[in-house]
Ligand binder design. Structure first.
Ligand code: PCA
Length: 214
């Protein structure tokens, strides 16, 4: 049995919902064989989100942590490769905070790589019929903040646990009046199941192109 913590976020910006939370909650209800999954909702607030994540990791003692957030405008499910040690908020978070060029961990490494087999995860999502890609930036808003904080926490205090971050597009119900790329929430759940099942079953990644030219 692999113990898994999945997190989603509360709504932020001008959105009424955040399908990252709906998707991880639905996934945790029916995770699939060999997985024991706990879903936790994080605040979209710098600092507080990491306090909530730290508490959830202490409570669940997971083997695997997959944090999920929304990247509205992306057309596909993206498995993030790297978290960087910087907060640079384009918009205020849900507490009105807007840090500009502030280190997440003072003196911490510039970046952490996800410790998931990211390319195998992308391949598994595609095999499930859902568009997916590796992403090389999780941005500099609260998602990157949580991703970096997660990887720092695991590296320094839970070295046996592995973790990473997944961005999902808008859900179809969010953009019924907008010409934006989207996926239905159940399709996101299918993608998350493929990612978590793959990450739980292998540590080595596959060799496959996943880079970008710019
Ligand atoms: N997406 C934002 C923060 C919360 C979320 O779901 C981001 O990509 O930073």
């Amino acid at each position: 049995m692999t113990r898994v913590l999945v997190t989603g976020f509360e709504p932020f910006g001008d959105e009424a919902t955040n399908p990252s939370w709906a998707a991880v909650r639905l996934f945790a209800d029916a995770p699939g064989a060999g997985l024991e999954v706990t879903a936790v909702e994080l605040s979209c607030v710098y600092g507080l989100a990491l306090d909530e994540l730290r508490a959830a990791v202490a409570r669940v003692e997971p083997d695997l942590v997959v944090c999920v957030g929304q990247a509205g405008g992306r057309p596909n499910v993206t498995v993030e490769r790297v978290a960087i040690n910087i907060d640079d908020a384009r918009i205020p978070d849900n507490a009105g905070r807007q840090p500009i060029d502030v280190a997440i961990v003072e003196g911490g490494p510039a970046a952490y790589f996800a410790t998931l087999p990211i390319k195998a995860c992308v391949e598994a999502v595609r095999a499930a019929g859902v568009p997916a890609a590796v992403s090389h930036t999780a941005g500099t808003f609260v998602c990157n903040h949580v991703f970096y904080g997660l990887m720092h926490l695991l590296a320094t205090e839970h070295p046996a646990a592995r973790g990473g971050f997944v961005h999902i597009p808008y859900s179809s119900d969010q953009v019924t009046d907008r010409a934006e790329p989207s996926l239905p929430v159940p399709t996101m759940v299918t993608a998350l199941r493929a990612i978590v099942t793959t990450a739980a079953s292998r540590t080595e990644d596959i060799t496959a192109p996943g880079g970008t030219t710019h």
